[in-house]
Design a protein around this ligand. Structure first.
Ligand code: ATP
Length: 254
């Protein structure tokens, strides 16, 4: 395996009303190509800031991010980022939002439409193709954003709590869908969550962050795939990993 993303010594300081706020301090991470890394941390520990920096959307105060050895100085076409905030185009309906990345890469109209229909089905939005973002619930907008991300067939996916706002059933469905899509694809995923179970269900590796993005734990997850949430809950390895993550989150808050 080779390192695809390399983050070194990232510090981000924001200035708010003439006061400096440090969101992340000396954060480092290496992500192997083709791996699924989940980043677990409590609210406010700097997870979104870390992804913003890794995606090139935000410039670090100190430190570097490189992608396949090249410095990341702005957004790149190989990296698709599903942010926490809504980035759907309000003037396009669901289908045309999802078709957008394919439009940009020159996919024919017929092919675009077919693929968009398929993605709409996968994320459970059938029947809402002609709805505009303002006519959707928050969870539906998240799903439309996810479908749009997948439509671009990115090499690397950075995902910031994509399923946080969804009900339990939808969440499980989309977790499985994402795993199905990822497995064997060679794609690299960095997935941020504050949910231990989700981190363990999805990741090859879980990185637990504490305050200011301090890496409290970095652990390979050797649970066989496909993983089934119901079966996992009674698996002794899962139970012990869960306990270890709980402790790491507690330690990270200190
Ligand atoms: N643009 C900004 N200006 C000022 N402070 C910011 C800004 N963005 C983030 N912060 C601060 O940086 C810290 C980390 O925020 P960040 O959003 O990265 O955390 P998080 O771990 O993603 O939280 P959550 O899980 O709640 O989304 C917080 O204290 C936040 O208030």
């Amino acid at each position: 395996m080779s390192t695809l993303i390399e983050v070194r010594g990232l510090t981000k300081r924001f200035v708010k009303d003439e006061t400096g706020i440090v969101a992340l301090r000396d954060f480092g991470l290496e992500v192997e190509k083709g791996s699924f890394v989940t980043v677990l941390g409590r609210s406010g520990c700097g997870k979104s800031t870390a992804l913003n920096l890794m995606s090139g959307l935000l410039k670090p105060t100190e430190g570097t991010v490189s992608y396949r050895g090249d410095p990341v100085t702005g957004p790149r076409t190989e990296i698709s980022y599903l942010t926490q905030s809504d980035t759907l185009m309000p003037w396009r309906d669901v289908r045309r939002n999802i078709e957008m990345p394919m439009e940009i890469s020159g996919v024919s109209k017929r092919e675009r439409r077919e693929h968009a229909e398929e993605l709409i089905r996968r994320v459970g939005l059938t029947g809402f193709e002609r709805h505009y973002p303002r006519e959707l619930s928050g969870g539906m907008r998240r799903r439309a954003s996810l479908a749009r991300m997948l439509a671009g067939d990115p090499e690397t996916l950075l995902m910031d709590e994509p399923f946080g706002a969804l009900d339990a059933q939808l969440r499980t469905d989309l977790q499985l869908e994402l795993l199905r899509l990822w497995q064997g694809s060679g794609k690299t995923v960095v997935f941020v969550t504050h949910d231990i179970e989700e981190a363990l269900l999805l990741g090859d590796r879980v990185v637990v962050l504490g305050l200011l993005g301090r890496r409290v734990l970095d652990k390979p997850i050797e649970l066989s795939r496909p993983r089934d949430a119901d079966e996992l809950r009674v698996d002794p390895t899962f139970v012990s990993l869960h306990r270890e993550m709980t402790e790491a989150l507690r330690e990270g808050a200190r």
